[in-house]
Design a protein around this ligand. Sequence first.
Ligand code: ADP
Ligand code: MG
Length: 510
Amino acid sequence: MGKVGVKLAVGCALAACVVASVMVGRRVRRKRAWRRVVRVLEELEEGCATQVGRLRQVVDAMAVEMHAGLVSEGGSKLKMLLTFVHNLPSGNEKGTYYALDLGGTNFRILRVRLGDQRSAIIGHDVDRQPIPQHLMTGTSEELFDFIASSLKDFVEREESVSEPSQNERRELGFTFSFPVKQTSSSSGILIKWTKGFVIEDMVGRDVSECLQQAISRKGLDMRVNVLINDTVGTLALGHYHDEDTVVAVIIGTGTNACYLERADAIIKCQGLLTTLGDMVVNMEWGNFWSSHLPRTSYDIDLDADSPNPNDQGFEKMISGMYLGDIVRRVILRMSEELDVFGPVSSKLQVPFILRTPLMAAMHEDDTPDLTEVAKILRDTLEFPDVPLNVRKLIVRVCDVVTRRAARLAAAGIIGILKKIGRDGSGGIARGKNEGASRSKMSRTVVAVEGGLYTNYTLFREYLNEAMSQILGEEIAPSVIIKVMEDGSGIGAALLAASHSTSSVDTIQIP
Ligand code: ADP
Ligand code: MG
């Protein structure tokens, strides 16, 4: 080999060394970055831990807070609102009734025909429409005019093709799923907005009256004769089908629960109520808080960035409005550590871009190479080529976030059961003798409604699993969860029917 050849060979060897060391360096850096990303996942898992012992602490905290909220106004983050609904539908209701369900992403208008035999809902027709975004932050008149004109169109359409209603005047049950301070079963004042609605002029006003006025403006002959929350509608439908239904839970865009309470346990209005017996209490459990809830930095940031910081803490860990965004925040954190995502996608910075149904679709992707995950990452977050190992990691993130949500919801439900002495432990406010009859567990049905629970199989499975774990083998079979499809709407029509002729008590709570 000549001199030139030697130089060339040395040069090549040197270049190879440089390339090799660059590659090794890159591999080492990537390995380190990978380890940091895995660490992000591990920290998330630790932060979201919901072992049974911790869930039991949440159960106890829920029961204690319920009690505190019933003792005095403002006694707890749980508002424990009175509904003035004493009697749930009996099964003897008859006639045709309308319902309007305004809850979050959609509103629904229903027409329900009732026979006079138990379980005889002869039929119901539903019109479902999204609420235009601009109406969520406009004025109350704009929102209610839009709703009333949809209602009028629906009534005209329905009545043109079916026999006219036998009722003298059309009657409507209004499901309004935001915190309301009821003054009777047909009127109430909006306390605050949640779930992204901000219509300032509505706060402090009578919700029923706003709707009634809009209905009159449209020239529609219809009376709003019951104002309820979606949980109460769900309880009403549950009870209509099965008298053992005493608790209802919504797990959709938001989350809330109500249950049947003894009137004498509602200490904050003792002496004020004209009716004894039971009353449905709307817990507004989305605002529940306890130091036992497993909270991460992602929850803290999500809360701080929300329009209602320090509010709805339980809801922000559980409901469909938020789960996708918690996952987005974790992926954003991971993408800052690992360059396989490429330069941090600007899409990933957009709050709520990863909606919960998309997150659920990634979580439930059962293709071997996670093609659905790849598709969502590409189409929604603009990550064109995420390797399989990273896609697997993202599925794990979805799993951790959803599992925590479902298990906390289960603990919340059992907290209610504990408060009313139906969890097998005797309850916190019961006598000794009642507590002793552990073995004689009465059957309890919990009515559940909401898109997150009904559409998200893994969420449902995690919730049911946690219920069994907390209650234990002996008690678990006596607690039955029943899905009430369209419960919030049909239940409102049922209550409109049962409140059609009954006298209604009214009080002013100081
Ligand atoms: P609302 O709570 O507005 O009355 P729904 O009960 O229908 O409405 O719940 C809708 C919510 O349920 C959505 O905002 C979404 O978060 C969640 N959801 C709907 N479909 C799915 C799905 N396939 N997987 C997971 N979550 C879903
Ligand atoms: Mg709803």
